[in-house]
Design a protein around this ligand. Sequence first.
Ligand SMILES: [Mg+2]
Length: 181
Amino acid sequence: MTLPYLLLDIDGVLIPFPAADGSTPPTHVRHTVLPTGRHPDDPVPIWLDPSQGCLLTDLVTSGLVTPVWCTSWRKDATTIIGPLLGLPDFPYLDLPRPQITTSHPDGYLWKRDHVNDWLANAPAVWIDDDFTSLDHEWAAERTAKGTPTLLVQPDPYLGLQPEHLTKLTTWVSQLPVVRAV
Ligand SMILES: [Mg+2]
């Protein structure tokens, strides 16, 4: 079996949603960034937890998974978010730009059709805060057909927690190993 992909979202995962009063977690350091296409007079505040940079660096350099960004930040994940977290460079999925007003236009995550085609038959662990029950069914079906698929879904107001990564590494370590013949 090939190395599983690690699909990594950003908003609601690495950048938790602000609380009702606008506050952000004390663990997260505020930055002001300028996403691609944004007017220079209109930068965006974000917040990132440096300790997650360390944990994720350990993971993506572990050889357990093949990391890829799966986020509406697209290329900016590699040029803005990754560097701010001190992560090594890894690719991003060039997600489509559907004209949608909800992240679940067909009852499931808008990214999924693209991800499904891109993954083909590769095993994957996908971290995103926005899965629906249909996404979990999709993952269960893939797994049942012999393509191990794990969805990890942080609470968007808390974001990624260390136990999510523990769950992920436990899952990966239990996958069948490729053995040379
Ligand atoms: Mg998200």
